[in-house]
Design a protein around this ligand. Structure first.
Ligand code: PMV
Length: 296
């Protein structure tokens, strides 16, 4: 069956600045174009349906909400007798933006199916509405980096600048701890202890501003050191976890320049900056041996 109305969106990683970005500090994020969520519509004989290949019955209320507002805004009556199918390579609740990627891919698929044209800003605004449904007070970094599919320097409600540094040439690993954790829980715990956390949050902000120069200069030693410092501060606001701390210590012992969790933390993925391509390969082997899923 040809997939006539097909669309997709990438995963993302936050290189620097998660959590602090909720409080107005900058953050840097990049899309991972190789890891995607794909959505398409195909005919079926028994009315409109949504089907996801993800095990465990993912929460599709955001998809339903996107469809409802799309129909309302563009005067679309009944949905056709078709199945909207979802196939995702992005692990859920693991800091890689699976929810935003799904919303973005669904929006683009509906645009194709109903011949509606929207700008990237308009797509982003729709996806952000769904992020709010799930996360309450999202900074907007996930949906923005995913909808534009470009590296971003992002400040909530102010600035999202495309970041020109060649981040994809860095020997960077993305590894899934296998621990699932809800963004909303980590974000609300950080908020609950804001008085204690604020000095660390402001330090993360300063560090991100330094990271901009290190990334532009492709100074991998400083980038690695800043990742380690960012991880120390994230531990300070209590969003790391034992397994990630242990994996990061292992990576550093085996020659990595730096490592940190990415996304909301308490599990999910961590990123490692290897010394070079050879070191990256041996670190990948190390984590695979531990039974972890090396995403990149
Ligand atoms: O784990 P994710 O992909 O949901 O990323 C969350 C990033 C935070 O900074 C922790 C929250 C936010 O809204 O920016």
């Amino acid at each position: 069956m040809p997939c006539t109305y097909e669309a997709s969106a990438p995963a993302k990683v936050i290189l620097f600045g998660e959590h602090a970005v909720v409080y107005g500090e900058p953050a840097i994020a990049v899309p991972i174009s190789r890891i995607r969520t794909r959505v398409w519509m195909e005919p079926n004989e028994s009315g409109f349906a949504i089907q996801s290949d993800a095990g465990g019955g993912p929460d599709l209320s955001g998809v339903q909400q996107l469809i409802n507002s799309f129909r309302e805004d563009f005067g679309i009556g009944e949905m056709p007798s078709e199945t909207l199918r979802i196939a995702s390579q992005i692990p859920i609740a693991s800091g890689l933006g699976s929810g935003a990627a799904l919303s973005c891919a669904v929006t683009k698929c509906l645009m194709k199916r109903f011949g509606v044209s929207l700008t990237a800003d308009e797509i982003n605004a729709r996806v952000y509405e769904i992020e709010k449904l799930y996360h309450g007070t999202p900074s907007g970094i996930d949906n923005t980096v995913i909808c534009y599919e470009k590296p971003l320097y992002f400040i909530k409600n102010r600035e999202s600048r495309i970041f020109s540094a060649d981040i994809h040439s860095l020997p960077l690993l993305v590894v899934d701890s296998g621990i699932r954790s809800r963004t909303v829980d980590a974000v609300s715990d950080v908020r609950a202890h804001f008085d204690k956390n604020e000095p660390l949050i402001r330090q993360i902000g300063s560090l991100v501003r330094e990271a901009v120069y290190a990334l532009l200069a492709e100074d991998e030693e400083i980038i690695g050191a800043l990742m380690n410092e960012n991880q120390r501060l994230l531990r300070g606001i209590d969003v790391s976890c034992g397994l990630i701390d242990e994996c990061i210590a292992d990576a550093l012992r085996h020659g990595a320049r730096g490592a940190k969790l990415t996304g909301a933390g308490r599990g999910g993925n961590f990123i490692v900056l290897a010394k070079d391509a050879e070191n990256a390969e041996s670190l990948r082997a190390l984590f695979r041996k531990k039974g972890l899923n090396v995403i990149l």
